[in-house]
Design a protein around this ligand. Structure first.
Ligand code: SF4
Length: 407
């Protein structure tokens, strides 16, 4: 967790001016995710309500006034991938799990405004007390990766495993970036949640004597699963199969399901999945001596071509601890890379890709939505409350608690 340096004693400092980064905008860069009307998935819905116009020059003052009016009743969480102007209002910044923990550690806060995406707000609701209300400023802020595994698809996959005679010794391990329904599935089958920081420990537990699994069903990010299994546990490609939910039996034979050690769900992050091995080769040719630092949601060939791989928190720490003059090419979401470049002007920090690569759903939380959500709370008319049904929350909590108990 990083305490936001720009929010001091209730006054908001101007967001730092963005320095030009080494990127060239592309017309395909900002994907229009978050449209649609599927409240049961991460896809989100169009946001109701009358928002202030983005051109309103008083947005910052209005947000600050609403914040001051709510005082300790309000706690604002900001994910690292959020825009600077939104992050400026966060009481804490962090990755999804740290933010959920922070929410749980503030029982006095009546309202938790989560500047992130839908699955994060769900996790915060699961981990907080019943009297606390979690608000997502824009309901359309979903996650394309979490959308790639629906509850129905995962139940079907489990049926396939039962049919193949492989379910009994399979342990579900689900990435934090999944819906509450997938987390509940994981808890019901005595699995665990993991983050990009503890995926190795989760797999060690699943295969170890405590849980005694013979294979893992890894949901929903195939790349994190593969990178951890091969890169950290010494498995091979032959130990891994990819389950495609759009094909009968995932496109696999019963024998393939039984023989696999890692059954990787065919899901990925649309942001980190954009990086290619060519990006790595190109930046090495362009910047001699550059350290390529990437997130494990990147494809295998990007991770094997990189110098360092690790979670968002690891990336932040690695850059902070490097000596002045170090050159980094970073493969993660662009808002964070740009913020790191601004925070460390003594280091040469470039984005790994040459095209813009924001998380478009994270970017849906903007000042008009934040002001609208905060002013609604001041009026006593909360909007966009995220509330996980108790029967889902119980098992999702079980899987989250298992993660907290990982050795
Ligand atoms: S960066 Fe990827 S995994 Fe994270 S919220 Fe965006 S789409 Fe989902």
């Amino acid at each position: 967790m990083t305490t936001n340096p720009t929010l001091v004693s209730g006054t908001i400092a101007a967001a730092p001016q963005a320095q030009p980064l080494d990127v060239t905008p592309s017309p395909l860069a900002l994907l229009l995710l978050g449209r649609g009307s599927d409240p049961d998935s991460e896809r989100g819905v169009d946001c109701p309500g009358v928002l202030p116009p983005a051109s309103d020059p008083t947005l910052t003052e209005r947000a600050a006034a609403a914040r001051a009016a709510l005082g300790d009743r309000l706690f604002i969480l900001g994910h690292h991938y959020q825009r600077d102007e939104v992050i400026a209002f966060a009481d804490v910044t962090g990755d999804s799990f740290k933010l959920a923990q922070q929410a749980a550690a503030r029982p006095q806060a009546e309202f938790i405004v989560f500047c992130g995406v839908h699955f994060m707000a769900e996790s915060a609701d699961i981990l907080t007390a019943p009297h606390q209300q979690v608000v997502l400023p824009d309901l359309a802020a979903g996650c394309s990766m979490a959308d790639m595994a629906t509850a129905e698809q995962v139940e079907q996959a489990w049926e396939d495993l039962i049919e193949a005679g492989a379910a009994e010794d399979t342990v579900p391990v689900s990435y934090m970036n999944s819906s509450a329904a997938i987390k509940a599935f994981t808890g019901r089958h005595d699995g665990t949640i993991c983050t990009s920081s503890n995926a190795r420990r989760a797999l060690d537990w699943a295969f170890g004597p405590q849980r005694g699994g013979r294979r893992v069903l890894f949901l929903p990010d195939q790349h994190l699963g593969r990178n951890t299994a091969i890169g950290e546990l010494g498995m091979t490609e032959d130990d891994c199969v990819v389950y495609n939910p759009y094909r009968p039996m995932g496109g696999l034979t019963p024998q393939q399901l039984r023989d696999a050690k890692m059954i990787l769900w065919k899901g990925h992050c649309s942001v980190h999945g954009r990086f290619t091995r060519e990006c790595v080769d190109e930046v090495r040719a362009r910047i001699p001596g550059v350290t390529v630092l990437v997130h494990p949601e990147c494809r295998r060939e990007v991770v094997t071509g990189a110098d360092l791989v690790g979670s968002t928190e690891y990336i932040i720490r690695t850059v902070a601890e490097a000596p002045a003059g170090t050159a980094f090419a970073i493969g993660t979401e662009l808002n964070l890379v740009r913020r790191l470049a601004n925070r460390h002007p003594d280091k040469n920090i470039v984005f790994l890709d040459r095209t813009v690569c924001y998380c478009s759903t994270m970017n849906r939380i903007d000042m008009p939505h934040l002001v609208w959500a905060l002013e609604s709370l001041v009026r006593g008319e909360p909007v966009n409350r995220i509330s996980v049904p108790p029967e889902v929350a119980t098992y999702a909590r079980k899987a989250l608690d298992q993660m907290l108990a990982l050795p």
